[in-house]
Design a protein around this ligand. Sequence first.
Ligand code: PTJ
Length: 247
Amino acid sequence: MSEIPLSHPRYASLLTREKVVLGVDEGITGLPGLVAQGRGEAFDYFLGERTTLPGDDAERAAVAMLLLAERPVLSVNGNVAALVPQGMVDLANKIGAPLEVNIFYRTEERVKNIADLLRRSGAKTVYGEDPDAHVPGLDHERAKACRGGVYDADVVLVPLEDGDRCEALVNMGKKVITVDLNPLSRTAKTATVTIVDNAVRALPNMVELVDEMIGLSREELEAVLEGYENEAVLRRSVALMIEHLRG
Ligand code: PTJ
């Protein structure tokens, strides 16, 4: 990684960018991942580069949904693997869920590199290298999924997802949680729970929330979800961006 001085006012943002660049060098992130990162940076700038109240509400709802799930699965793509591999593995291990490498611009080499990285980070079960099912309604490569993994899940966490695949998963009857800094994206509007936050902040926060919420009863977890409205969270996130820009 290139040397970014700790004193640089944009240290955290530059470090995040470097992780994605390194991900490309290591065959983990696809080149289009750099474009996605740039788009995310712009929205994060509007948001004030912090976890907002609606972001935190969505993270709580997401954790409640994952703890209530019968077959939760965490999906990992090239950007997520570069940015928060340990956060995804820690979350998976804490809630007892498998991970599945599920990438948009699929190459078998990149799938293997990501799966190896997750295993090196302590993942117990990683699906994705040998897909044996298809998500209906998507064209061939993007539809690949695994039985026991995303295909059979009742709740899927798909950070930085593409709108089409998010919609196809919802159409399969799954509850879909996404992390997307763009509250206006099709994914953000289609998912069951949309976390408008940077994945580098959202995942560690969710890991901590599992510790805080794991002792709650089913009724208490259900109450968290009953009070949650995704459209309202998106509206509050957009309002905060406008307020931040005006301020
Ligand atoms: O590894 P692959 O082949 O699966 O490709 C992954 C990307 C992300 C390239 C692919 O899924 C893609 O093209 O995604 P999109 O359609 O560009 O959507 C990515 C969304 O994530 C955009 O709305 C970005 O604003 C948002 N985003 C980017 N970086 C972050 C982010 N959201 C949260 N945290 C980030 N760090």
